[in-house]
Design a protein around this ligand. Sequence first.
Ligand code: HEM
Length: 400
Amino acid sequence: MPDRNFTQADYNHHDPKIAQDPYGFLAKVRGGQCPLGHSDELGGFYFPTTYDGVKRVFSDYRTFTSNEGAGLPAQLVRFFPVDLDPPNHTRWRRTLNRFFTQEAAEADRPRIQGLADKLIDAFVERGSADLVNEFTRPFLAMTMLPVIGCPDDDRPMLSEKLMWMVHNRLLDHDGWVRRYTEIGDYLMGLAAARRVAPRRDDLLQCLIEEEFDGKRLSDMEVYQVLILALFGALDSTSSAMSGSLFHLGQHPEDKRRLLSGEVAWPVAIEEFLRFTTPIQTLRRTVVQETELDGGALHPGDIVLCINGAANRDPDKFVDPDRCIIDRDARDHMSFGSGAHVCIGRHYARVMIDTCLKTMLGRIGDYRIAPGFTPDYTSSEARALKTLMVEFTPGPRLLAG
Ligand code: HEM
């Protein structure tokens, strides 16, 4: 095998132009002289474009470490547990797991349903809405912030700062550092207040009481966990929900097939997750000589796993650029794979399920507003910025 076999293509997930349609670009690399891509952007990195290549990177942490960070460029501080390899990673994961089990997410369904109804009530009489900013984004934050331990009153502030940080990482370094510090101060203040307040059953409480090797976690470690949980709680699931609603708004026959029971919801939800791929990229760093997608890699090389490339590999998913709601997409890469497979995935599935069933049940005739043009955010996360729809006005469900 020749050394440094790859297809040169300057992919950059922070480029707003690429974010509008990364898939055509990635398909060209996959079909190039070597399916391992190389980009000179962001300091230079390699990227597999096949499903098998991406999966291999995620499953082999001894060759592809997360210790150098899962973001490209690296975040200012390491996030836990995503920027750690086993066995260090494993003990953090054990600590966090109980808040995110399937049972915990299922038990939370009544509260989650109430939130969906409350948000829809706020626009159902109007006959039009922006489903991203009036529904999927606040729905996700209102669901997850109490699990983490952040008061709902702080939601607008947290949402504004975190979304700004996700989408301006390369554009305004000083603004980015300032918000990091502000969120750090906020989380430290929250932890200090909780230490002297009545106990509650949430992630924050767990972190301030947790001990590793007989030692309490430092403020910095609490911060490193909470900030990652906040990113999970404010962005990715909203993207899956709005992307699914966009598809259904364009394909009334798929709405009908879901409502009639012809297609089972869990099957369609996995396909929506594949098709939308809310987290597009994750970085790993090579620590030993290896080969990937037909190219050689050396220690120190940066590898960017593009989940969207894996999810659109035609050798894995036939006709991958079509959203086919009854296909078996369970193997999709949207939650990653291996040791770091998304801890929030059970919550995400319950939220997507509730969101879609409630929308179709209450405002089944919604359609995409005339003239609406999709515009996607760029960065590790790819999401619709707005989703304008129209529908027949209906009644509120809840009083007040
Ligand atoms: C559709 C929604 C979601 C998607 C597509 C998604 C995607 C991902 C992916 C791809 C990873 C793997 C990271 C890696 O391999 O380096 C991950 C990890 C993680 N996700 Fe999610 N996520 C979603 C929802 C959530 C939610 C609701 C939470 C709740 C707070 C969450 C919290 C986390 C955490 C803490 C990790 C780190 C796990 C570890 O390193 O072991 N995610 N997520």
